[in-house]
Write a protein of this length. Sequence first.
Length: 102
Amino acid sequence: MNFLYAAESAQQQPSLIASLLPLIILFVIFYFLVILPQQRQAKKHKEMVESLKKGDKIVTTGGIIGEVVRNEPNYLVVRISKDTEVRVDKAAVARKLNDEEA
């Protein structure tokens, strides 16, 4: 008789929560290690771009270094040489240069 009880308990299926728990834990770890830091970085970059003002030195994602002439709603007007001004999309700004770096 003990043999029948042992066979019956071995065939039991795990509960739904027990089978989903590893996936939930994996998602939580992924969220804290990847998604949350990326959201923080995007927010910080957006604040930096919005705070740019005339005279700030910037570097674009293409590597062009310039000085902000105007900050308009969708783009920046940047002076890259004495007589050359270009319009740059705000998404193309990689970073703001400090006074020591410029």
